[in-house]
Design a protein around this ligand. Structure first.
Ligand code: G1P
Length: 288
């Protein structure tokens, strides 16, 4: 059983990636020749999504342009004999239903997810943060299955050194749940100070949520930084019934920073048959 809807919040201003994000949405930065957004959409589709909801901003028309089917370019590439590429281009935006909704003010991740309510309505749905690129769709598939089996929201987890917890949502596992998981989650807190963090288990950008989260999102008050936090709505859910946390076992790249993006590009390139072997030869020479 799969979540049919996948929400991808892509309205952020990308300030960590200036100056390039002055003109190019960070979700469209290339991982070799494919936008990060496409890799995240592919993961959502592999995880069972039939309908992707992109939460974008009117200031980022490139996002819509990318997912809009474009028969002219498909025809042109096909005429030049590049059939495989033409097929790939033909699939963009037609292999899955895509809706674009707008979040025109940066009011936080909770607000962004709430913007998808009118499309998702009343069934469990996936949330994939496009700053994170995964090696495969295992985690999102497991989260979907878990929500189907248990009826409570499920989130992806990772352990980090304690001095990094303050950048993330951090969970309180149920007493006795020490891993490898799944974990019962009885509380979550957004970006705690290291000394206040309940654990070193952080929420990564993959969620499958039950639709009651929308009511919690509607009732949220802004956190200290003025944003509506998804984590605060998850906390309300966890208070009613423990959530499920599943440890990620796949490769995960944080493409939201220049360093993380560069690592992703090199690592994914090394795995690709077309560019990997030559890159490896060059890297070995360069570093010797
Ligand atoms: C968001 C969430 C946070 C989560 C993180 C995962 O934070 O608010 O709970 O741990 O994504 O990447 P952001 O990275 O937007 O600050």
């Amino acid at each position: 059983m799969k979540a049919r809807f996948a929400v991808i919040p892509a309205a952020g201003k990308g300030t960590r990636f200036l100056p390039v994000t002055k003109a190019v949405p960070k979700e469209l930065l290339p991982i070799i020749d494919v936008p990060a957004l496409q890799l995240v959409m592919d993961e959502a589709i592999a995880g069972g999504a039939e309908h992707i909801v992109l939460v974008s901003s009117q200031a980022k028309p490139g996002i819509e342009a990318y997912v809009r089917p474009d028969a002219e370019i498909v025809q042109r590439v096909r005429a030049s004999g590049r059939e495989d590429l033409a097929d790939r281009l033909a699939r963009i935006g037609s292999d899955v239903q895509v809706s674009v909704v707008y979040q025109d003010e940066p009011r936080g991740l909770g607000h962004a997810v709430g913007c998808a309510r009118s499309v998702v309505a009343d069934e469990p749905f996936a949330v994939l943060l496009p700053d994170e690129v995964m090696g495969d769709a295992r985690l999102i598939t497991q989260l979907s299955q878990s929500v189907h089996d248990t009826g409570v929201s499920a989130v992806g987890l990772m352990r980090v050194p304690r001095d990094q917890v303050s950048a993330y949502g951090v969970i309180t596992p149920r007493e006795g749940d020490s891993g490898p998981g799944p974990f019962g989650i009885i509380d979550v807190v957004e970006k705690p100070r290291e000394q206040d963090a309940p654990s070193n288990l952080i929420i990564i950008g993959r969620y499958v949520l039950t639709p009651d989260v929308f009511d919690h999102l509607d009732a949220l008050v802004p956190s200290a930084n003025g944003e509506l936090q998804l984590t605060d709505a998850l906390r309300e859910q966890a208070m009613l019934s423990p959530l499920t946390g599943i440890m990620n076992k796949s490769a995960r790249y944080d493409t939201g920073t220049p360093q993380g993006w560069l690592t992703a590009v090199i690592d994914i390139a090394l795995q690709r048959g077309d560019v990997g072997p030559a890159l490896e030869v060059w890297l070995r020479e360069r570093l010797s």
